[in-house]
Design a protein around this ligand. Sequence first.
Ligand code: SF4
Length: 598
Amino acid sequence: MLVAPSGAGKTIIALSALLPISYERDLKIIYLCRTHSQSARVIKELKKINKASPEVDILGVSLRGRNEMCINSDLLRGDLPPLNAMMMCQRLRSDQSCPYYARFLNVHIEDFLNLEFNEPMEAQEIIKYCKDRNYCPYYFTRALLAQAKIVVCNFQWMINAEVRSRFLSLLQRDLSKCILVVDECHNIVDLSIRANSTKLDYSFIGSCIGQMRTEKLRKKYFTFALFLRNHLSQKKKEFSESGSYDINPQELLKEIYDEMNFKTQEDFIKFLKSLEAHKLDRVTILARFWLDWLSKFRSDKYFFCYYMKKEKHTNISIEIIALEPREGILPLFHQSYSCLNLSGTVNPHIYNKILGVNKKDTGYKEIIATSPFKRENIKTLIVRGVTTKIERRNTPMYQKILRKIEEVISSTPANVGIFCASYNIMNALYRNGINKIVEKHGKTLFYENASMSASKNAVALKSFKNFAKSKSGAVLLGVCGGRNSEGEDFPGDLMNAVIIVGLPYESITNRLNARIEYYNKIFKNQGWLLAYLYPAMQRANQAAGRPIRRERDKGVIIFLDFRFKHQLKWMSEWIQEKVRVVPDKPNLISNDLKAFWK
Ligand code: SF4
């Protein structure tokens, strides 16, 4: 494990150390990142190494999900979730109605490799290359994977066992012949839980019924799908608010058995296998979900619930939530040739407590680098008198927070990042007039949107950065734990000050409570710390580090919630060293900052 502040050069250190070993021992490097900009950074560093090593062409590619690489407007128009996009792509290919896939099938990848692929390629570059030639970029990249020395991709390709096995077969490699790099490894716990959780939603069941009808499946399959749809419809009426609602998994099985006249679990398994045997995309997913349910419902490592989302349209799903992150992660660590965990903010003690990677005989080694940043270039304040505690979230409090924000904006030379504890708080700042304050000081406001795809967010971020270079400056409003508060660099003047509004705790839901309880059981009553407090501080640390990316960077970090004062020991060391708690007095922040920037 290598822990060093962001900006210390972890990526180039990792690549320079691992590439010679990978050539010497014929290993492939799989570099796992969370965001597009993290992947792009890896390829950028790899290009530099490639340029400096004329004796070898380093074959490196970055792979994104189908949704992010597809260029077929029929698919893109729908802005579909990944599962639906996969099904639509499957349909377009089998109907031979995707021209980009048809042209890709005529590509000789070997010719491309010999003639044109002499440096690492970032996903965006591959997309452009393929767009110019009308090839499908997604399948084109997949075809390159077996030849690539280094593959940069999202965690999702490796954490779920089924996806991993398909991915490794594209790589034509066993995990034991791969070195794994886990970038910003503090994310892996959450990502493992997400990747190993599954759900069926109301509209998906509707589309299964449609597929059963088109394919003229037997009546008993319809009866099953209709029962599920009616069941969810009933629950939709029962639940008045968004949130998760516990299910007793055994009781629901009993209801299914009664409806379907199954006498035993074996009857249900036989039924699901016969459904799966039709090899129809949606119907298969439905059958596998229930096979999964049957294999997990007695385990305390899973939580079963309905999840209702009341927005423009109400949607309800039935979910199996994984509580145990180690099941997704430890096979990776144990089966790969070697694994390098990188992070700028992880607390190795907590990481090892949850994952136990430092156990005897695992060969675990830890390097904790000291901060290269100059202490006099950093100002860190925790402000008293403000908070986003649920019971104190009201208009006067938001207006007070906005007054403090205005002090920061007015006394910062150029650009400011504001990362809130949640989208609710971000929206409340918006409702209370943050845009007017930003305008008043001649700056332009950019803000993150929860429903934006990664590509759309990248475009919005690029505009912020371009604008940030202009004279008037800009303000970026987002959330802690979001796309822009982690893994995104704002060096130099791109972000002179960052404000963290509120302690970014996850909202308390039944799902979170189930995880806390599970951790209490396996980590001697430390569930609250490990599942609730520590992840929140991790998100705050990540966001706080955005403006200070290079040794000579000068920046301000403001925590607008007095509760941070009580959690100092969970802050990054370089922040702890400089932090000052200041009283709730008007103009105190602005005077302090003006003196700092003078
Ligand atoms: S084959 Fe490629 S271009 Fe065609 S729909 Fe699928 S992902 Fe999109």
